[in-house]
Ligand binder design. Structure first.
Ligand code: SF4
Length: 144
């Protein structure tokens, strides 16, 4: 088996670390990730860069992409069912209100994403958490 090397940019936190994937071209499968020399990572990777890519080889994750909001309408353990965005937003708003009324604002935590939504969406998320929910329980997948 001739191992192929593919250099790419880590997709996690946005620091832009360079990764060298060792790929088995016969199986089209990543075998290992090692650090490549990049301007920001200078030949090192954190744990996510080293090991956080194995989902790529998981067909369950790749084939089961969410295309619409889903709710377990039958409660915990029930199958997920597709719903409209209006219904999903109403559901989340009512559940957050119920939880806040019953357990207080510090029982809720919100987390942002480094992928896709950008600074504006993360800004709105933390503002919503602090101003609407009333808690400082805010985090981000990159801990920043
Ligand atoms: S610090 Fe870690 S998660 Fe962020 S880009 Fe580098 S390897 Fe990826």
């Amino acid at each position: 088996m001739a191992v192929k090397e593919v250099q790419t940019t880590c997709a996690y936190c946005g620091a832009g670390c360079q990764i060298l994937f060792k790929v088995d071209p016969d199986q089209n499968k990543i075998l290992e990730a090692v650090p490549a020399y990049g301007r920001t990572n200078e030949g090192t990777l954190c744990l996510k860069g080293h090991y956080g890519w194995d989902y790529i080889n998981d067909p369950q994750i790749l084939t089961k992409r969410l295309k619409k909001p889903m709710i377990r309408l039958g409660g915990k353990g029930a199958p997920l069912e597709e719903v409209s965005w209006e219904k999903a937003i109403d559901y989340v708003a009512s559940r957050l209100s119920e939880i806040k009324a019953k357990h207080g604002p510090d029982s809720i935590m919100c987390t942002g994403s480094a992928r896709g939504p950008g600074n504006e969406a993360n800004y709105i998320m933390q503002k919503f958490t602090r101003a609407a929910i009333g808690t400082n329980n805010v985090d981000h997948c990159a801990r920043i």
